[in-house]
Design a protein around this ligand. Structure first.
Ligand code: SAH
Length: 262
């Protein structure tokens, strides 16, 4: 639908969650419904967009090593559409302010005099571990979690601080630097048997969890690929223990059912 001539446009940055429409917020669904144009990323739940919006849908997605539209290009497109009077939604994966360049996109709108608002989303940093049964905190196991970008290798000082904290470490964009991270944390004194998980493609077809230890993860996760969230910490064992309980329960149910049938 074309906006009325002269009407003021605006931009809404929408957190799309980890990739399933079930984890969109009500505010996100409403913003999508009301949009004239949606600029979306590949990590957002884009496949279902036509069921949520009649807006024009524009893929500006960036995959590693493949940049169809540059960051400044995206900002230019958003501002241009808003100046043309359109109700613009910028749909991003997870939460716009967690490694999502949301702050830059807000600044670009403000600079251009375009009204802008941000709708928080469910970040993959918490929801993807959860998809594998891993709680990022757990009483008496971990009372903090740190979310780190693995886009570039960490410094030696950062390895030292992370290892010293003793809490859960969650790494996004960490597949390419997994080797450096594991080696750096070992050098910083983290124990080799610290449990680690790599959760690939959370909430999507082909979701897979690889569990190993800090000392063995590089080999165990050799064929893992993006998108993936890494979790380092004893909370990984909580997931394993809970899974063990669930399996034991299922086994008891099966046993009970077969006894009933007997
Ligand atoms: N703003 C996003 C993160 C963007 S950085 C958020 O809050 O979730 C992109 C990284 O997020 C990916 O490299 C990967 O580490 C992680 N990621 C996002 N969605 C994911 C998914 N469904 N499964 C696994 N990792 C995911």
């Amino acid at each position: 639908m074309e906006p009325a001539a002269g009407a003021a446009g605006h931009v809404t940055l929408v957190g799309g969650g980890p990739g399933t429409i079930e984890l969109l917020t009500v505010a996100a669904v409403e913003a999508l419904r009301d949009a004239d144009v949606v600029f979306y990323d590949r990590l957002a739940p884009y496949q279902e967009l036509p069921t949520l919006s009649t807006a024009e849908l524009v893929d500006v997605g960036k995959r590693p090593g493949h940049h169809p539209v540059s960051q400044s290009g995206i900002e230019g497109l958003m501002v241009e559409a808003a100046h043309a009077g359109k109700n613009v939604v910028r749909l991003k994966g997870g939460d716009p302010y967690v490694f999502g360049r949301g702050g830059e996109e807000v600044a670009a709108c403000v600079k251009a005099g375009v009204p802008v608002r941000v709708i928080s989303g469910v970040t993959s940093a918490i929801s993807v571990p959860a998809a594998a049964g891993i709680p990022v905190t757990h009483r008496e196991v971990s009372h903090m979690f740190t979310v780190v970008s693995g886009h570039a290798p960490l410094t030696e000082q950062e390895h030292m601080h992370l290892a010293g904290l003793g809490g859960t470490i969650v790494v996004l964009m960490g597949i390419g630097t997994l080797h450096q991270l594991a080696a750096g944390l070992r050098r910083a004194g983290m124990r080799a048997d610290m449990p680690m998980a790599v959760v690939e493609r959370g909430y999507r077809p082909g979701q897979r969890t690889t569990i190993a230890e800090l000392g063995t993860i590089t080999t165990a996760a050799a064929d893992c690929s993006n998108p993936a969230v890494l979790v380092i910490g004893d909370v990984v064992r909580v997931a394993e223990a809970n899974r063990g309980c669930a399996e034991a329960e299922a086994e008891l149910d099966r046993l009970a059912a077969s006894l009933m049938g007997a």
